[in-house]
Design a protein. Sequence first.
Length: 163
Amino acid sequence: MPVETKSVQRRQLRFITIADILAEAERLAAADRAGTLTTLGNWSAGQIFNHIASWASYPYEGFPSQIKKPPMILRPIIKLSKGRLLNKGFPPGFRIPDVEGGTVGNEPLSTEDGLKKLRAALARLDATSPIHPSPAFGDLTHDEVKRLNLRHAELHLGFLQPR
């Protein structure tokens, strides 16, 4: 039975830099290798690493076709929520409307394969400005893309509990 992630008491994380995400991912991967990692949600560590890496890559490679721009009537509301997301983070349990499973980029991967993908995506994110606008927010600065990814990683890595 799937876990209702809105009600999970996950770890509260706060990342300041892209290096902070990577350091936490490396720590979690080490805990997984040692058999001391607990998953509080529905995804494995490799799946979470893959998901974070996929979303960090979309501003460079383009967003999947399933991810559409929101309806015109919702765009002003979404734009207003950008500051909150950049500063306070993402709510757990959010599902993208009309996308099967509520999101993309969450295909199962081994922890090591997910970590490898995450390392590459974060290196590019840290070094290079994005080239594709966000379907939800439009054009974002490099700093805004980094901050969205910091908040996104905080959410998902919080569902992994090392012992």
